[in-house]
Structures are given as C-alpha cells and as structure tokens.
Design a protein around this ligand. Structure first.
Ligand code: URA
Length: 239
C-alpha cells in the first residue's frame, strides 16, 4: 500500500483535529512501531505500521463517518476532556455515539450556547476551522443596553481589537431586541470582545448558524445527525 504522511493518516483516523495531532507529534507523544516520531511527514503504511498516541493504539481502519449537531448548553466546555473536570460536550452525547471518536469542530465559550458540530471526519473538521475557508458563523447576542445604529455600522466595517482589525461583519437587530452578528473569523472570544470594545456587555451569546447549517429549534443539550444534504452542503462549500 502507498505510504502517506503521519499527520494525514492521524487526521483521517478521526482521533482529533489536525491542530491536536500536530501538537501530539511535536511533543513526541506519537509512536510509529514503538519509536517516537516528531516529523509530520514521516511516511506510514496504514496496512502495516502500528501507530499509538500516549501508548494507546490508533486504529487506522476506516470508521463510519458521523456528523452531529448539538445545541450546546451553558456550563459546558467544547473540548474532548477538561482538566478541571467540567462538563464537556462529549459528556452530553447519547450512548449510541460514544463508540465513535467524535470531537467538536471549533469552539464555543463555556457560557455560550448553540450550534456545535461534532464529527470524526478529520479532513472536514480541518477545512472548516481553516481561516482560508472563511466559514460563516452567525450568532444571536443579547446586550445589557440597546445598541446605537452607528455602533452597529462601525462593527460591520471592522473594529480594532488587541489582536488586530476585525473583518467586515453583518450586524442586525432582531425582533425582541437581540442582535444577529455574522462573522467569518474564529478568534478567541471574538464576538464578546467586539461588543465589549463598543462599550456593551454581552448577556447571552448563541451560535445559530455555521455556513449552511441552521440550529433551528433543536433544544439545549440535544443532538441530531445531519441530513445528507447538510453534509453534502458542508463538503461542497469547503472543497
Ligand atoms: N465569540 C465569542 O466571543 N464566544 C463564542 O463562544 C463564540 C464566538
């Protein structure tokens, strides 16, 4: 069988995101046939070579690809494990999905709610989180006081945060007084920081859309598998 790079094989095996796998390789946690390998491009033969991370063997046999949307509730971290023992999105997964090595694509703050995608499709996860693909994300935000129209327009044009200017966004007032903001970036706490930079406090933040995926009426803490047209839509958007 043709050899492939270690990073490619690990990402395709659905053990974790490309970023996590790169970190593991860099730190010498990945072994190929019992030897630590720190070269991402180390050639491996999926049929013959034995790969392990932290001593646990990685199955490179193809596993069924699963795509799930969750409405993350508050007080839940969007990581696979948490050193402080807080509840993770994986803790909320129904039993039948626990046999798959699903992991969340992108992050939502502990106190944010809404749409988070969980999958074992490493390649898709990698594409969706890559800045080049400009994955559109829409949030519904409630603020302490109503926003001034001029501030909304400033936010749309781009504002200066400590890590640089934000790209153009779309900001709308929703019925009921909340705001919708659509951004293409995924900087840490970005939406909260944008509102704070304009002098507002974010009371609640919910992701309602990621590209073609709409959260809809999915209840907090619940999951549903994506329909085939949604999976196709995601894949075609990021090809
Ligand atoms: N921006 C934030 O500030 N928090 C989130 O959870 C998502 C986007």
């Amino acid at each position: 069988m043709e050899k492939q790079s270690l990073i490619k094989v690990l990402t395709a095996a659905g053990v974790g995101s490309r970023r996590k796998m790169s970190e593991a390789i860099k730190l010498g946690r990945v072994m190929v046939n019992g030897e630590a390998v720190t070269d991402f491009n180390h050639p491996v033969d999926m049929a013959k070579d034995k790969i392990s991370i932290d001593g646990r063997e990685v199955s490179t046999q193809s596993q069924k690809l699963i795509y799930i949307m969750m409405n993350k509730p508050v007080n839940t971290v969007s990581t696979v494990s948490d050193e402080l023992g807080r509840r993770t999105v994986l803790d909320l997964l129904p039993q039948k999905y626990r046999q798959y090595r699903l992991y969340p694509v992108g992050r939502l703050d502990k106190d944010s709610t809404g749409l988070i995608l969980l999958t074992n499709d490493g390649e898709l996860a990698n594409r969706l989180t890559h800045p080049r693909f400009e994955n559109e994300k829409e949030y519904s935000v409630s603020t302490n006081v109503p926003m001034k129209a001029a501030e909304m327009r400033r936010m749309e044009k781009g504002i200066m945060l400590e890590d640089g200017m934000t790209y153009p966004a779309i900001v709308k007032r929703l019925k009921g007084g909340d705001y919708s903001i659509t951004i293409h970036e995924g900087r840490k706490h970005q939406v909260r920081r944008m509102f704070e930079a304009m002098g507002y406090t974010v009371k609640s933040l919910k992701r309602i859309r990621m590209g073609n995926l709409q959260l809809g009426s999915l209840a907090a803490g619940r999951v549903r598998e994506l329909r085939q047209d949604e999976v196709d839509g995601l894949i075609s958007q990021y090809k």
